[in-house]
Design a protein around this ligand. Structure first.
Ligand SMILES: Cc1ncc(COP(=O)(O)O)c(C=O)c1O
Length: 359
């Protein structure tokens, strides 16, 4: 098929990044975050590539868990915080899904239902994110309601950090202490806290299970990994040049002529727009690579197209390849910084019409 707009997924990069998690947290089991379709990389593909390298997978929606289970009959799959009802619990039991219990009502429901098989539960403590998770009192009550229940195969304890990527460790230390002391007061249970940033910057939080997401896909939210420790981009977003033209000084480009030529300029029109997942909010000056050379956006991103100033790259021609992100010279994080967003959002917004190429 004729291809103008595509994402390449690199299994070597994915496995390199997983190996980096293993190196940084050698004593911990790894629960790979493959929610949101593997951060846009394809949950089935990611799980397939990482099977045998990591120790389980986590998703955020019931539908994601069922799809992944069909592809991964024997892997541990954790369903993160969701609404819990009897139907969901039955499904978790028959599909062998671990489940996060983040509120006391769900713990009581689990204790009082009749299941064909017991479930492993991950009790979530709210330590400061104030999103999901129980207060100390409810956590202890949930723990006591579920310990000894025939419906519960094992209890894990978890929390999620709000600030692990920042330069100030105070919030993370506080969150760590809150779960650590509560968990040890209840006995010896597997504990999980660390997301990517904590894996990289807060080794004391690694404990029994780490939960890397974004670092598997090649972005270091702390920007601390460098040199041989660098992560590799698992996704590269590419599109072709569809047209090249010269505009005269004083002419505008694109909708509302937001970008104005201050001198005669060569403009390349590229087959990627917001309907492909390139952010519409990208300002003039956002970097792209044209045939590997840095060039900058000139004009508003439209539904199917974007425009780039290529005056300094005279060889540019129709059919040439533009890398929008996912290269050692241009990370998704850098594009995100220009667009007031993060790589997580860029990755998960690639739309269905973009071709997927698995390397
Ligand atoms: C509960 C939970 N754990 C771990 C992660 C992974 O975070 P990151 O992608 O920053 O590693 C997430 C992602 O948002 C999450 O919601």
């Amino acid at each position: 098929m004729h291809r103008t707009t595509w994402v390449e997924f690199n299994s070597k990069a994915l496995r390199h990044n997983a190996a980096m998690v293993r190196r940084l947290a050698p004593e911990s089991a790894i629960l790979a975050m493959v929610k949101a379709n593997g951060y846009g990389h394809g949950a089935d593909w990611v799980a397939d590539q990482l099977r045998g390298i990591v120790d389980g997978f986590a998703v955020a929606r019931h539908s994601e868990a069922l799809t992944l289970r069909a592809a991964q009959p024997n892997s541990r799959i954790l369903l993160l915080g969701t609404e819990v009802d009897d139907g969901l619990l039955q499904d978790c039991a028959t599909q062998k899904l671990d489940i996060v219990i983040h509120e006391l009502g769900a713990a009581k429901l689990l204790a009082n239902t009749i299941l064909p098989q017991s479930i492993t539960v991950w009790l979530k403590l709210n330590t400061g994110m104030n999103r999901l998770g129980m207060c100390n009192k409810d956590f202890c009550e949930a723990h006591s309601v579920l310990s000894g229940s025939p419906n519960v195969a094992a209890i894990h304890h978890m929390t999620h950090f709000s600030d692990a990527e920042t330069d100030s460790p105070a919030a993370t230390d506080r969150q760590f202490q809150l779960l650590h002391s509560l968990s040890t007061s209840l006995g010896e249970f597997p504990v999980s806290m660390a997301n990517s940033a904590a894996i990289i910057r807060h080794p004391q939080t690694h404990l029994d299970w780490v939960r890397p997401g974004i670092m598997l896909y090649g972005d270091d939210p702390t920007t601390h990994l460098a040199g041989v420790d660098s992560l590799l981009p698992a996704m590269t977003f590419k599109a072709k040049v569809l047209a090249v033209r010269e505009v005269e000084k004083g002419e505008g480009v694109g909708y509302n002529q937001r970008w104005q030529a201050s001198a005669k300029t060569r403009i390349a029109t590229v087959a990627a727009g917001y309907a492909d997942g390139y952010p519409r909010q990208a300002p003039d000056g956002t970097p792209v690579l044209v045939n590997g050379e840095l060039a900058r956006l000139a004009g508003r991103v439209s539904m199917d197209l974007l425009t780039v100033d290529v005056s300094h790259i005279p060889s540019v021609n129709i059919g040439d390849i533009v890398t929008l992100w996912g290269d050692s010279k241009l990370s998704a994080a850098e594009v995100g910084r220009h667009c007031n967003t993060i790589s997580y959002e860029l990755f998960t917004r690639i739309t269905a019409r973009v071709d997927r190429v698995y390397l």
